[in-house]
Ligand binder design. Structure first.
Ligand SMILES: NC(=O)c1ccc[n+]([C@@H]2O[C@H](COP(=O)([O-])OP(=O)(O)OC[C@H]3O[C@@H](n4cnc5c(N)ncnc54)[C@H](O)[C@@H]3O)[C@@H](O)[C@H]2O)c1
Length: 252
């Protein structure tokens, strides 16, 4: 541990698995006091060498203002990592009103809620870093059957830039992360679902991997390394940006 985040309080949403969990662990290993939260906190299953005394787990539902305010009061975060999000499948013709409402609420409005909740404390303490989970898909590059998801993730970029510019002189930084495809429990579910549709999980996996020019998807820990950087003072001159980490997908 090199203690790049020593002295910082960090609040992570959707930290039970995937990128949120990997990031919570990485930031705790760098010396931050990490509050790892999820709507299902009992799923946060740390293995022996990940049990860190500076990592605290509790329930936080990002669709619920009371839950957010309770969590923010407990964590008093210097860093907020907004990681919650959900992927719907289909084109604009498939998407239902319910799917739009659900995704706008979970993928975008949740970040509005948490940001509004953390900003007063951050301003009082003289600064903070807000890191929003967007996606290369939607904000940088189109992909088939991701209309609802891509739209919400593109909107996260707009929110990020707006918060960054409004508070830039008051010590607040706001950046977003745009990953390519990342190995996570929900990604594996999407591979299974496509596999059922195609009649072959191998074919489904090949389709997901084919869009990544490196011939592989990312590990959650590779995204977590970028989260650590944006949380730390090493990125002090960086705000309002989309940080693309997509194995070259959108760079070709
Ligand atoms: N996996 C990928 O390929 C990929 C690529 C780009 C961006 N992302 C984004 O990264 C984020 C994390 O995705 P992942 O695939 O690593 O994890 P995941 O989808 O496997 O896990 C999501 C977590 O969110 C939690 N959650 C759901 N609703 C919640 C709520 N209301 N409040 C709090 N937590 C809630 C779930 O319990 C779960 O633990 C998402 O925003 C996703 O869109 C993922």
């Amino acid at each position: 541990m090199s203690e790049r985040l020593k002295g910082k309080n960090v609040l992570v949403t959707a930290a039970a698995q995937g990128i949120g969990l990997a990031s919570a662990i990485a930031m705790a290993r760098e010396g931050a006091k990490v509050y790892a939260t999820d709507i299902n906190p009992e799923k946060i299953n740390l293995i022996r060498d990940q049990i860190l005394e500076n990592l605290e787990i509790f329930e936080l539902d990002v669709t619920n203002n009371d839950s957010i305010h309770h969590g923010v009061a407990r964590a008093k975060p210097d860093v907020l990592f907004n990681c919650a999000g959900f992927v719907h499948h289909g084109t604009i013709l498939d998407a239902t009103d319910e799917e739009w409402d659900f995704a706008m609420d979970l993928n975008l409005r949740s970040m509005v809620r948490t940001t509004k909740a953390v900003l007063p404390g951050m301003l009082e303490r003289g600064g903070g870093s807000i890191i929003n989970m967007s996606s290369a898909l939607g904000s940088i590059i189109g992909a088939p059957n991701r209309c609802v998801y891509g739209t919400t993730k593109a909107a996260v970029v707009g929110l990020t830039k707006s918060v960054a510019v409004d508070f830039i002189t008051q010590g607040i930084r706001c950046n977003c992360i745009c990953p390519g495809t990342v190995d996570s429990p929900s990604w594996r579910d999407r591979v299974d679902a496509l596999g059922e549709q195609l009649g072959s999980r191998e074919e489904a996996l090949a389709q997901f991997v084919a869009r990544q020019p490196m011939g592989r998807v990312a590990k959650a820990e590779e995204i977590a390394a970028l989260v650590v950087y944006l949380a730390s003072d090493e990125s002090a001159f960086t705000t309002g940006h989309t940080h693309i980490i997509d194995g070259g997908w959108s760079g070709q």
